[in-house]
Design a protein around this ligand. Structure first.
Ligand code: BGC
Length: 738
């Protein structure tokens, strides 16, 4: 088929292949001029459609060169234009782990999800993880990684929050830029996604985000702006949703005016998979590449060229950007994938990174502990969740669960309890979902009832109890309040019963949250003695948790979003879908827009449209301004040591401060600088800079520079331990006083 497409125009033109201008050798204008209309259309429409997507729980799975990759661009060999491969995703390269005809495997490292990486507040570490993912991308033969994702975590129910970075645009933007730099240092490209305002999964391809210009500029576009300017990504992925009535992928204002003209982006924009409804409008708006590509789009473009609604000149704009992208790719530059990334070295990278992003939420004289006898509860302890579902998932070779992690660290696991759990899990586990269900987030089995377990005997026989609570989510669906955001009755009952028995024996209980995002804590957090949020920590998760429990690593993660007291306190609670009230299949209706069915905006609030009434008061901007109490504020996280700040100084657009480790363990501190505008209509606190110290030994100090973002003279600044810190240090006053 492809052969015919290539040979036909040649014959028609009556020219020999040898005389053709070749990409990279001839001037790009000459290459474009030599292209037939068919070839141009085949370049802007991806090569999709050659494989069924259902098996891989994601809509993208069209890589022919690299099996399991999300998509490919078409080759035009006569002009020296190779096919290029685009693969997911944010937590590691997503490709098929096995291939027909070979016994060899193609597993990739499952790194921590972006949410955890953001909780490190460590841009250098983010860059290092990005470099490792990029290395696997290159060595497995892909040209572009479809990541990072940097939509604002506006509401804790968004099913893809784990793939995103923060509720704060500065943290999200800086971490995103760092990841881009790391990834692209390998000579592969990234696609920053989903541009923009893809903040809910419910009806994601039809939903209209109705938002003020101010909220867009200050909150929702800001992380992208920072990422574009500081990370210089090769490509950007437009989002599925509408913005104030226009599909993001069809918005010239978004893709040309803001992205290209105002921020200087010089790369290509591709659609999200099957995104957009009108291919002509998309190309004209600056959405150059239609992914994964289908015949309907080819037909529509041909028709538009015939009737003049699309001109060759329009099309050439898009073609040029795609050719400029191809020129940079490993595929064009003759790179031959060896399929041999250093997975062992990367296992060490993911273990250390995961450890650094875990957040210690509570610790009443419990942690760190030495390896001892542990009774381990919770189904997830025996099957740790490495990452979320959908395109953000990675085909890993293994996952270190909590049991393994604790054993590796010298703990003795209660064998009878372990046996009871393994038997229960085997009985309940229905295996991996198939067909349509494979597209949706996995439903975990209920917790094992503890009625038949002698908890008092377990408390007697063990030194400590460890409970894991697991929650996962993924694209296509937002999180249920009752079963995903709130802990279920069986989970709470497990915590209560275990705490009752172990406390009566004078033993401590530790809860590990192996979760895809914010969960309710108010209903149970009084009971356990320590709580560690481990997020979805990648394939070495069990080892990373054990490193923290034993004190081998000192927790230095800080929350990249607020944990409210109750879901109803969330500023967008009323203006966000309630997934418990929407059937899966209604939510799935949006999938029909794959083929452009859902093209007319409907009238159902929070489904067809969502009003961003919270405006710029997202996350801590709302809670701090309105004095709303929260469970854990943005920027919060405990350590095994203490830090003292001294001599804050503002100089040349940066704050300098000396941080001293005054406690008994080596550790890292996250320094957070907030602006505290006093003007009405502005949030009480806004993060304006942050930095992480080196690992400081006991008594050691470091004077650290915190570059400020968009600092204006006269701003009043504070250094705070988190967004709700009641005793921050004033920067301006102090330096004036000195
Ligand atoms: C997701 C994208 C992903 C694409 C390709 C879509 O469903 O929204 O994030 O890159 O599939 O797999």
């Amino acid at each position: 088929m492809r052969k015919t497409l290539i040979i036909m125009p040649l014959l028609l033109l009556g020219i020999s292949a040898a005389a053709q201008p070749k990409l990279g050798k001839a001037d790009i204008d000459k290459v474009i001029a030599a292209m037939s209309v068919e070839e141009k259309i085949n370049l802007v429409v991806g090569s999709g459609g050659n494989k069924s997507a259902a098996a891989s729980a994601t809509v993208g799975d069209f890589g022919a060169l690299v099996p399991g990759a999300a998509g490919q661009t078409n080759a035009i060999p006569r002009l020296g234009i190779p096919a290029t491969t685009l693969a997911d995703g944010p937590a590691g390269l997503r490709i098929d782990p096995t291939r027909t005809g070979t016994k060899r495997t193609f597993y990739c490292t499952h790194f921590p999800v972006e949410m955890l990486m953001s909780a490190t507040w460590n841009t250098a570490l983010m860059e290092q993880v990005g470099a490792a993912i990029g290395y696997e991308t290159l060595h497995y033969g892909a040209d572009v990684l479809l990541a990072p994702a940097t939509n604002i975590t506006r509401n804790p129910l968004c099913g893809r929050n784990f793939e995103y970075l923060s509720e704060d645009p500065l943290l999200a933007g800086k971490m995103c830029a760092a990841e881009i730099r790391g990834l692209q240092s390998n000579g592969i490209g990234v696609s920053v996604k989903h541009f923009a305002l893809n903040n809910q999964e419910t009806n994601r391809t039809g939903n209209d985000a109705r938002v003020s210009e101010r909220a867009m500029e200050e909150i929702y576009l800001k992380p992208f702006e920072i990422a574009i300017k500081e990370g210089k990504p090769w490509t950007v992925m437009s989002s599925y949703n509408r913005i104030n009535g226009t599909m993001a992928s069809e918005s010239k204002w978004l893709l040309e005016d803001r992205l290209r003209r105002d921020w200087g982006f010089d790369g290509l924009v591709m659609s999200d998979w099957y995104g957009g409804t009108d291919p002509v409008a998309m190309l004209k708006a600056g959405n150059d590449l239609l992914m994964p590509g289908n015949k309907k789009q080819v037909k529509a473009l041909n028709k538009a060229l015939e009737n003049g609604t699309l001109t060759i000149k329009d099309l050439d704009h898009n073609v040029r950007r795609i050719l400029e992208y191809i020129l940079r790719t490993p595929a064009f530059n003759g790179y031959k994938a060896d399929n041999e990334p250093d997975l062992e070295a990367h296992a060490a990278v993911t273990r250390a990174a995961a450890t650094e992003g875990m957040v210690l939420l509570k610790n009443t004289m419990t942690l760190p502990l030495n390896g001892c006898k542990a009774a381990v509860f919770g189904r997830t302890s025996y099957s740790f969740i490495a990452g979320g579902t959908g395109s953000g998932d990675v085909h890993h070779a293994y996952v270190v669960d909590l049991i393994q992690g604790l054993q590796n660290a010298g703990f003795t696991i209660d064998a009878d309890l372990e046996k009871a759990y393994r038997t229960y899990i085997k009985k309940k586990d229905k295996g991996s979902p198939k067909g349509l269900k494979a597209f949706f987030p996995i439903e975990l089995i209920p917790e094992m009832p503890l009625d038949d377990v002698d908890l008092l005997a377990l408390a007697d026989a063990n030194d400590v109890a460890v409970i894991t609570i697991g929650k996962t989510s993924g694209e296509f669906e937002d999180r249920s309040i009752t079963s995903n955001y709130n802990l279920t009755d069986d989970e709470i009952s497990m915590i209560t019963k275990v705490c009752g028995a172990f406390h009566s024996a004078g033993k401590k209980v530790i809860v590990i949250l192996n979760v895809c995002g914010v969960v309710d804590t108010i209903s149970w957090i009084e009971s356990p003695d320590a709580v560690l949020c481990a997020w979805l920590p990648g394939q070495e998760g069990g080892n990373s948790v054990a490193d923290i429990l034993t004190g081998k690593a000192n927790p230095s993660g800080r929350l990249p979003m607020t944990w409210p007291r109750r879901y109803k306190d969330v500023p967008s609670a009323e203006d966000f879908p309630d997934p418990d009230k929407i059937s899966r299949f209604k939510s799935m209706k949006s999938m029909s827009s794959f083929v452009g069915i859902n093209s007319k905006p409907g009238r159902t609030k929070n489904f067809d449209y969502t009003e961003y009434t919270d405006d710029i008061f997202v996350g801590y901007r709302y809670y701090t301004t309105n004095d709303v109490k929260v469970s854990f504020p943005f920027g919060y996280g405990l350590s095994y040591t203490t830090f003292e700040y001294s001599d804050p100084m503002l100089r040349g657009g940066s704050v300098f401060v000396t941080v001293r480790n005054t406690g008994a363990a080596a550790g890292k501190e996250v320094v957070q600088v907030y602006a505290t505008p006093e003007k009405a209509g502005r949030p009480a606190r806004e993060l304006i800079g942050f930095a992480k110290t080196n690992l400081l030994q006991q008594g050691e100090s470091q004077t650290i520079e915190i570059p400020l973002y968009e600092y204006k003279s006269g701003m009043s600044l504070i250094i705070a331990r988190n967004a709700a810190d009641p005793e921050p240090i004033k920067v301006n006053d102090y330096s004036l006083f000195r």
